[in-house]
Design a protein around this ligand. Structure first.
Ligand code: NDP
Length: 312
């Protein structure tokens, strides 16, 4: 019965109309995106909730569902979710930035990121958090045995994910942060925004095509570009042109191997994809809603995520 229930929750894509008519009993959690069909958050969270329910009966009626919501409908969806007393919401592309302006309260660590991926219901409105940075730091530690704190970081990209990663690196006091992007506009905007976070940490940037840019050897390279999502994408940087890095982390997890990770393997560099980041940001969201420590639910989420993605 439990399995049947989570099969429906994991596979159904609900709409704004479904939300307006929502009358399911129990404690509801949801992820909103556009598109949302490929999200593996429902199987991850429902596996963790099923596991928690075995030890704590209060989780028996918890469920995590997904909604396909157009960006123009996000304000209405958030109002409806609040009125229907959804306990928590995850936000994915392109809602993280739009939702930032619609929370009643914001976690101080999420403020400089300018984006939220987790909302918790309160009587006054939504309390916003961003767990992506925690996910990144935990994943780098788990998969590569490295800390952002004290590391020289080379960050690839200047979009939303790069912004969250850069803020996390500075808040955790990396030794230095060098950001590179293929185009100038986003890169300039991002570096301007970061200036005041930790002014004593060296912060540099360069356009990726700049020849001979001097980076620190032994850096941790983090890919926060979307280059590698499609089979014919190029690597976002030629790793061989950098002084030998210590390790390479790619936020992309599907496909599990990207051109950047293949290049890292060819250079015998320790490397990891972004699956553990997805898992740890999810476990931290669940902690905000349930009070159960992220470390406790992460292993179950990891198993469910690998099963949902299928064989590599
Ligand atoms: P954005 O669209 O905001 O930013 C995309 C970035 O990638 C920009 O810097 C863009 O450069 C760069 N880029 C795009 N195509 C190329 C290319 N062909 N070569 C070089 N650079 C390129 O996306 P997000 O920041 O939201 O997401 C980035 C990636 O991070 C995605 O792959 C996403 O799946 C992943 N991610 C993973 C998470 C996880 O939990 N594992 C969490 C969040 C994100 P330009 O500025 O020049 O356009």
């Amino acid at each position: 019965m439990g399995n049947l229930k989570s099969k429906t929750e994991n596979s159904t894509v609900f709409t704004l109309a479904d939300l307006a008519a929502w009358s399911r009993p129990g404690t509801s959690l949801a992820v909103l995106g556009h598109p949302i069909k490929h999200s593996i958050s429902p199987p991850m969270h429902n596996a963790a909730l099923a596991e928690l329910a075995r030890a704590h009966p209060r989780f028996t009626d918890w469920q995590y569902v997904r909604f396909e919501i157009h960006p123009a409908d996000l304000p209405r969806a958030l109002d409806l979710l609040h009125a229907k007393q959804f306990r928590g919401v995850n936000l994915t592309v392109p809602h993280k930035i739009i939702a930032f302006d619609r929370v009643a309260e914001i976690d101080p660590a999420a403020r400089p990121v300018g984006a939220v991926n987790t909302l918790r219901w309160t009587e006054r409105g939504w309390h916003g958090f961003n767990t992506d940075g925690y996910g990144l730091a935990s994943a780098v530690q788990e998969t590569l045995g490295r800390e952002l704190t004290g590391s020289h970081i080379i960050l690839l990209g200047a979009g939303g994910a790069a912004r969250g990663a850069a803020v996390e690196c500075l808040q955790r006091r990396c030794a230095s942060l060098t950001i590179t992007n293929r185009s100038e506009g986003n890169l300039r905007q991002l570096t301007a925004l970061l200036q005041s976070i930790a002014p004593d940490i060296p912060l540099e940037s360069f356009i990726t095509s700049t020849p001979g840019y001097q980076c620190k050897p032994g850096s941790l390279v983090i890919n926060a570009t979307s280059a590698g999502l499609r089979p014919d994408d190029p690597a976002p940087i030629d790793l061989a042109t950098l002084p030998r890095p210590a390790a390479v982390f790619d936020m992309i997890y599907n496909p599990p191997q990207t051109p950047l990770l293949r290049a890292a393997a060819a250079l015998t560099l320790p490397h990891a994809n972004g699956l553990a980041m997805l898992v740890h940001q999810g476990a931290k969201s669940l902690e905000h809603w349930s009070g159960i420590a992220a470390a406790q639910t992460a292993p179950t989420m990891a198993t469910a995520a690998r099963a949902a993605l299928g064989p590599a």
